[in-house]
Design a protein around this ligand. Structure first.
Ligand code: ATP
Length: 206
């Protein structure tokens, strides 16, 4: 695994792959950097630089072989055995996020949901078992879960995040809109739907 890749490059590699996935059954076996760039609103130089970082030089005439490129991106950004992921707070947002992930063909395996609602504990949601939050410490350790998706209500965010970190979680995708103060070695990504939407609304105000 190449941990030296810039985070933005890793994100773009993920986007290239998802786009290429849609092209892999098409007539064309190859794709040029300018085509990839145009579809993602990037410059061809940016695409070539990213792909050079993972050791790929495109053929000037033919471009990049699509299947080889998908494979190489996978070898670079995926963990071979995938990642075990937990989702915490399986309300409306949690269920939607879980359903969306399950439908994709990512190697991120959501294998457990945690909640405090007795009506949800011991049920399955999108094929994923929901456990009592009290079991999180044990299961996270047992199943080597290192990544958590946080979809609890804002008032529960700090408490659950701390509990997850104590249990061994190293990366959090935080949907709660609450700022989480995490140690430097924890990879935290905030995804704030309302702020994004309101920002769009502000710029469209007449
Ligand atoms: P629902 O009606 O199914 O509960 P909701 O979207 O209205 O959905 P929220 O109040 O936003 O639910 O809560 C999201 C989820 O987080 C719920 O399933 C709730 O039971 C759960 N939850 C609340 N507090 C905690 C907590 N401290 N730890 C774990 N899960 C929690």
């Amino acid at each position: 695994m190449n941990k030296k890749l810039p985070p933005r490059t890793v994100e773009r590699l993920s986007k290239y792959r998802r786009l290429l996935d849609r092209y892999k059954e098409s007539e064309e076996a190859h794709i040029h950097s300018h085509k990839l760039a145009a579809m993602l609103n990037l410059t061809p130089e940016q695409v070539r630089r990213d792909l050079m970082l993972i050791g790929l030089n495109g053929n000037h005439r033919k471009g990049y072989n699509i299947k080889a490129l998908i494979g190489l991106i996978g070898n670079t950004i995926d963990r071979r055995e995938g990642h075990n992921v937990a989702i915490v707070g399986i309300g409306n947002l949690g269920r939607a996020v879980l359903g969306f992930i399950k439908k994709s063909n990512t190697k991120m395996n959501v294998i457990a949901a945690f909640d405090i609602d007795k009506n949800k504990i011991n049920t399955q949601i999108a094929g994923v078992p929901c456990y009592d939050l009290e079991k999180a410490q044990h299961l996270i350790n047992e199943e080597k879960i290192r990544i958590a998706i946080l979809t609890v209500p804002p008032e529960a965010a700090v408490y659950t995040a701390n509990l997850l970190l104590r249990a061994g979680i190293r990366g959090i995708l935080n949907f709660t809109s609450v700022h989480l103060d995490v140690p430097q070695d924890i990879y935290l990504k905030d995804y704030d739907i309302i702020t994004s939407l309101e920002a769009i609304g502000f710029f469209l105000m007449d």
